[in-house]
Each structure stands twice: as structure tokens, then as C-alpha cells.
Design a protein around this ligand. Structure first.
Ligand SMILES: NC(=O)c1ccc[n+]([C@@H]2O[C@H](COP(=O)([O-])OP(=O)(O)OC[C@H]3O[C@@H](n4cnc5c(N)ncnc54)[C@H](OP(=O)(O)O)[C@@H]3O)[C@@H](O)[C@H]2O)c1
Length: 331
């Protein structure tokens, strides 16, 4: 069997700790799939914040060294276990969790989805993590209703652009918060109804735009903007906590929640769906509908060949990512 080209994290020194190696082709074993996973010939691999954190040993999931990072891929199915919804030859998007920065990866069957026709492999590599998370945050955890206003922090990033599109698909109106002109352009491309600057008076502007306060805040950034997120809510509004790219984990004075009848809701997609394959099927179905009507189109901001994965991770690390960062994997 031909060896498989892959990027390995060999030490915990940040993005430059990646090393291009040849490894034996993986079998169908996957840590989350006791009956075997789907083996995928990878065409594109998604790069995200967790891989950057993993390269420093700062992510909650710490595999022993050396390991191949890469939580999500798009490609073509080589083999699938009995009962899987996909079969050899299908174009798919899949959560491999690990091992995606390689020519061949393995994913659990319930996190492997047929890639809808309008999407190419690069878009497919940005579909599962961000868009399933977006639907989970907005609908399941955030209880979003049609016609509500949603404010999205980090709106030009991977989760942010996905949240803007899925919110629109759920009939909501959106306010994007971004830090630069370039990111404003991307948020508009992702369909934001309004775009505001993170270094401006966004809380007051959001209240004005929404006629008194937004129903939902989607927050992948955290840090010191959290109190203003709470202040931007209308009565019975919710802030959904998604991540902490800003670096610090905010604390909430709970009297604010009492005084204004608001809520803070945690949203951890991966841990929640791992034991609920039916839910993942449902989310994929909802997203397929939004892909078919054109509302959902993953925005691929930067592409690098597999051999330059460290540059892709550095772009995210330095706050330069726009939409999804993708590795093109040669066959
Ligand atoms: N809870 C879940 O289930 C779940 C699922 C997926 C991802 N996540 C988490 O969500 C977060 C966002 O992921 P992503 O893929 O959207 O990341 P991303 O594409 O890099 O976007 C993150 C955004 O955060 C903003 N930001 C503010 N301060 C920053 C800083 N110091 N460094 C970097 N970015 C900063 C940036 O927007 P501006 O420059 O415009 O401020 C940036 O566009 C990550 O923490 C990730 O782990 C959570």
C-alpha cells in the first residue's frame, strides 16, 4: 500500500511544530466508532482554532504526540461500514475529529454527510464544524424565532459567517460585529443586514437598529465585550457562549440577568452531538435545505496546499482568518 502524506504535530510549540511525514494508510478504526468509521480520500481539509490550540497543548482534547490534527475534511468515500448513509464513491463532508491533515482520513458514520451538489470540496471542508455549530447555537440552544434580531461577534470568521447565513435561513435578521474594512466586506458577503465595528459604540447602535435590543447574541469571541453583549439584549434575550478567541473567559454578574430578564446559554456542539446521531442527521437536513435555496454557501477565505499547513494555522493565530481556512490535499 502507498504511504499517506500527512502533517503531524510533533511537539507543542505552536503552528511551526507541524512536520510533513509519510504514514501507513489508516484502517477503518475511529475512536468514536466501535463498528468502524468511513474511510475518506481527502480532497480538502478544514483548519480551525482548535488545531492552533492543539499545537500548543492548550485545547481540552490533548492526544499523545505525535498526532495528525484536522477535525474536518471533504473528499470521496473509499469504504464505509454496513448501515452508513454513504457508500464508496460518494462525495462527502465529514468530521474526522483528528487526522484530517492527510491524504486519507477516517470519520464516524454519523458525522459523515453527502456533500450537496452546489458545493465544491473546499466549501465542504468548511461545512460541518461551523454550520452544524451555527444551527445548534441559534436554534437548539438559542431558541431563535423567525423575525428576531441576532448579533454575531467575530462575524467574518468561520463560525461567524456560518451563523450569519444560518440565522438568515431561519428567518432572522442579523447584525455583524467585525474589526476591519476587509472583514466588513466579508460579513456583507455572508448576508449580514447590518455591520458594526467592534471598536465603536456597537452596543448602542445594535439597540437602535433592532428597535430596543436584540433577541440573541452569538459569541465566539468572549473577553471584555461580554457585558455589552448582555446590555444589547431585549427582555428575554439570550447570549449564546460559543468560544473565546479574544483570549479571556468573561465572568457574569448574575444580577444583570435578573434585572433585565435575560439568559446566558452555553453551546458545546461536539460533546452534545457525539451521542445523538439522529440530531446530526436532522441538522444536516436543515442545512441541505438552506444549501439548495442558496442561503448557505461556506465562504472560503484562504487556501493553502497541505504542505503549507503551518501558514494556514498561523493566519488563524494572528487574527487574519476570513471565513474558512482550507488545505487543498493532492490526491
Ligand atoms: N462551542 C462550539 O461548539 C464551537 C464549535 C466550533 C468552534 N468553536 C469556537 O469558536 C471560536 C471561533 O472559531 P472560528 O473558526 O470562527 O475562528 P476564526 O475564523 O478565527 O474567527 C474568530 C474571530 O474572532 C475574532 N477575534 C477577536 N479577538 C481575537 C483574537 N485575539 N484572536 C483571534 N480572533 C479574534 C476575530 O474577528 P474580529 O477581528 O472581527 O474581531 C475573528 O474573525 C473558536 O474559539 C472555536 O474554538 C466552538
Amino acid at each position: 500500500m502507498r504511504p499517506v502524506r500527512a502533517q503531524q504535530i510533533v511537539e507543542l510549540g505552536g503552528p511551526s511544530s507541524l512536520k510533513l511525514v509519510d504514514l501507513p494508510e489508516p484502517g477503518p478504526e475511529h475512536m468514536l466508532a466501535p463498528d468502524g468509521g468511513v474511510v475518506v480520500e481527502v480532497k480538502a481539509a478544514g483548519v480551525s482554532f482548535p488545531e492552533v490550540l492543539q499545537s500548543r497543548g492548550e485545547y481540552q482534547f490533548k492526544p499523545p504526540l505525535p498526532f495528525v490534527p484536522g477535525a474536518e475534511v471533504a473528499g470521496v468515500v473509499r469504504s464505509a461500514p454496513d448501515g452508513a448513509d454513504v457508500q464508496p464513491g460518494d462525495r462527502v463532508a465529514a468530521m474526522s475529529m483528528l487526522g484530517g491533515f492527510a491524504e486519507v482520513a477516517v470519520a464516524p458514520p454519523w458525522l459523515t454527510f453527502k456533500l450537496p451538489e452546489p458545493l465544491d470540496f473546499a466549501q465542504g471542508a468548511g461545512l460541518v464544524l461551523n454550520y452544524h455549530t451555527a444551527w445548534f447555537c441559534l436554534k437548539l440552544r438559542g431558541r431563535l424565532e423567525e423575525g428576531e434580531w441576532v448579533l454575531v461577534h467575530g462575524a467574518a470568521g468561520g463560525v461567524g459567517t456560518a451563523a450569519l447565513q444560518v440565522a438568515a435561513g431561519l428567518g432572522a435578521r442579523t447584525i455583524a460585529i467585525v474589526s476591519s474594512d476587509e472583514k466588513e466586506k466579508v460579513a456583507r458577503e455572508a448576508g449580514a443586514d447590518e455591520v458594526l465595528r467592534s471598536d465603536g459604540p456597537w452596543k448602542d447602535q445594535a439597540k437602535e437598529v433592532s428597535g430596543g435590543g436584540v433577541g440573541l447574541v452569538v459569541d465566539p469571541v468572549g473577553g471584555d465585550r461580554f457585558t455589552d453583549s448582555l446590555r444589547s439584549l431585549r427582555e428575554e434575550g439570550r447570549v449564546v457562549v460559543v468560544g473565546f478567541t479574544g483570549g479571556s473567559i468573561p465572568e457574569v454578574k448574575v444580577n444583570r440577568l435578573l434585572l433585565n430578564n435575560t439568559s446566558v446559554v452555553g453551546a458545546g456542539w461536539g460533546a452534545y452531538v457525539t451521542t445523538k446521531p439522529e440530531l446530526s442527521r436532522q441538522i444536516a437536513g436543515e442545512l441541505d435545505r438552506m444549501i439548495a435555496d442558496g442561503t448557505v454557501r461556506p465562504i472560503v477565505g484562504a487556501r493553502f496546499p497541505l504542505a503549507r499547513a503551518a501558514e494556514a494555522m498561523r493566519l488563524i493565530d494572528e487574527r487574519g482568518a476570513i471565513g474558512k481556512v482550507v488545505l487543498d490535499v493532492p490526491g
